[in-house]
Design a protein around this ligand. Structure first.
Ligand code: HEC
Length: 117
């Protein structure tokens, strides 16, 4: 009896852990770990704030699909020609390439689109 109870307990634990690690949307984690180092949410310190970036990009791309597509492509390969923020490149110099794949960047940029800064 004791053994069965232990097994059931273990099973429940595994289910709970898997739900937390795979079932959740990890966009905030990705954003916070990888972008917040340089981009503060509301203040432009060592790079433009996410709030400012979002404002500029939403002006140019009001639709979420276009916004996500353009921004993730740019972050994949930052470049002067495609920039919507040339003044920020002048001020802070061009953002470095970070080496994320496109899928990850689409998750992150979709989150930026939805977030209220
Ligand atoms: C090492 C610091 C650094 C990190 C990390 C960083 N950025 Fe940047 N980013 C910058 C700087 C500096 C600029 C302003 C200059 C520019 O536009 O290239 C910038 C500009 C941008 C722009 C505006 C692009 C344009 O010019 O139109 C976007 C969008 C952006 N970052 C998204 C991200 C996202 C998403 C992440 C996380 C995956 C991220 N950044 C991580 C430094 C960083």
């Amino acid at each position: 009896m004791y053994c069965i109870a232990m097994k059931i307990g273990q099973f429940i634990l595994v289910v709970v852990i898997s739900t937390f690690s795979y079932g959740n949307n990890n966009a905030p984690l990705l954003l916070n770990g990888n972008c917040i180092t340089c981009h503060h949410e509301t203040k432009s310190i060592s790079a433009p704030s996410l709030k400012l970036i979002k404002k500029r990009y939403k002006n140019a791309f009001p639709k979420k699909k276009d916004f996500v597509q353009y921004m993730s492509q740019w972050v994949l390969k930052p470049n002067i020609q495609g920039s919507l923020m040339n003044d920020m490149i002048q001020k802070y110099s061009l953002m470095p390439e970070l080496g994320f794949d496109k899928d990850t960047l689409e998750i992150i940029t979709a989150y930026i689109y939805d977030e209220n800064y």
